[in-house]
Design a protein around this ligand. Structure first.
Ligand code: DOR
Ligand code: ZN
Length: 420
């Protein structure tokens, strides 16, 4: 048993926001409110001044396992997640081999069972990530897959995407889409604009994203599928998502901490550490993402945690791989950049990091309620800390050295303390 005392208990689904106690028994939350006593041997956590919230959920991470475990593996990825306050994550399928069959899926899931947090695995939409032929989505669903994605690559064949959407609609799971049309990309990872011109780098136009988001919003409307637009980066794409939602499409959008914090200018300062797909864009785009978060067009914050080795990121801007690690700085950036600056309330931030991603993937987690899984994060919203070391194998982050507000004190998964 764990008795969490005198914390500020926040549950975004019910709106509960009050100081009190939470009692955990086994893997369940058994009592919220005033707890007078607990049985002998019960562990007590004094949470005075701290926020007690549902364990964070990240529906977009890359743990590189199997195939690229020199960058990250399931164990180090899970450790990074726990350090960041996450109790559930969804791994993307761009491993080697890609997760396009039940055998590969099952092999990963079996190894995830030993992990201290809940690591779920998404499956590929297309065989071999080739964008030509659908995977056996029925069989993968039967095996337990909760979502499909070819993240890392766009799906260019409209007929295939339509078929995939019809299938996920039937199965009742989301399809997550990486929206970048190569026709509008001269060189990836940097926005086509002022900075790319200065660097004499080709760059990726915002249109690469916008045209695909427009297409897929239309397909979402026509098929009724649950469509998740990943790491949205441009103002125009946010507009298209807003319009589609107003028309009744089941479209969800994810914003990553780097896209709501940085602009293309970061490439000048951080070099390859600011190279990512889709790229960081202009201040206008960044502010539209923040407005999208405020108005509810963007319901989910997801990191796109993309670890890469030091040697890889030391290559030139043209040759280095895209992506940054994100799990350990996500909550701190949310509090520092969104809550502290007055764009979102703490409850709104938590909603986008707990219950909304849970709803997208139809998970029972993400709620701080009696009878729900005992997955929690306890953090000090006021404590400042400097980003230094990482639990991840990788350290490819432009945020190293940044001072952030909001420090994780405990991560509890299934009633067990996994981080303190
Ligand atoms: O920058 C990125 N890196 N974007 C993606 O979508 C994939 C990711 C990766 O796998 O490294
Ligand atoms: Zn992606």
């Amino acid at each position: 048993m764990i008795w969490i005392r005198n914390g500020r208990i926040m549950d975004p689904e019910s709106g509960l926001d009050q100081v009190g106690d939470v009692l955990l028994d086994g893997d369940q939350i058994v009592k919220i409110g005033k707890v007078d006593s607990a049985e002998d041997g019960c562990q007590v956590i004094d949470a005075k001044g701290w926020i007690v919230a549902p364990g964070l959920i990240d529906v977009h991470v890359h743990f590189r396992d199997p195939g690229f475990t020199y960058k990250e593996d399931l164990t180090t990825g899970a450790a990074a997640a726990a350090a960041g306050g996450f109790t559930t994550v969804v791994c993307m399928a761009n491993t080697k081999p890609v997760v396009d069959s039940v055998d590969i899926y099952q092999e990963i899931v079996d190894r995830c069972e030993q992990l201290p947090i809940k690591v779920l695995q998404a499956a590929a939409v297309s065989k071999g990530f080739k964008g030509e032929e659908l995977t056996d989505m029925d069989a993968l669903y039967q095996a337990g897959v909760k979502g499909f994605t070819d993240d890392g690559l766009p799906l260019m064949d409209e007929a295939l995407v339509r078929k995939a959407m019809e299938k996920v609609k039937e199965l009742g799971v989301p399809i997550s889409l990486h929206e970048e049309d190569p026709a509008y990309i001269k060189q990836p990872g940097v926005n086509q604009g002022k900075v790319s011109e200065k660097l004499n780098y080709g760059g990726a136009s915002y249109l690469a994203e916008a045209v695909m988001v427009k297409r897929d919003c239309q397909l979402a409307l026509e098929t009724g599928a649950s469509v998740d637009i990943q790491h949205i980066s441009s103002a125009q794409a946010v507009e298209y998502v807003k319009e589609a939602k107003e028309k009744g499409a089941h479209v969800t959008a994810e914003a990553s901490p780097h896209h709501f914090t940085l602009t293309e200018e970061a490439v000048l300062e951080y070099g390859t550490l600011a190279r990512m797909n889709p790229p960081l864009r202009t201040e206008e785009d960044r502010m539209r993402i923040i407005k999208g978060l405020q108005e509810g067009t963007i319901e989910v914050i997801a990191t796109d945690h993309a670890p890469h080795a030091k040697e890889e990121k030391e290559k030139s801007l043209a040759e280095a791989p895209s992506g940054i690690t994100g799990l350990e700085t996500s909550l701190g950036l949310g509090i520092t950049e969104l809550v502290d600056k007055g764009y979102l309330s703490m409850m709104e931030l938590l909603e986008k990091m707990t219950v909304n991603p849970a709803k997208l993937y139809h998970l029972p987690q993400g709620r701080l309620q009696e009878g729900r899984p005992a997955d929690l994060v306890i953090f000090d919203p006021e404590e400042e800390w400097t980003v230094k070391e990482y639990r991840s194998k990788a350290a490819n982050s432009p945020f190293t050295g940044w001072k952030l507000k909001g420090k994780v004190k405990y991560t509890i998964c299934d009633g067990k303390i996994v981080e303190r």
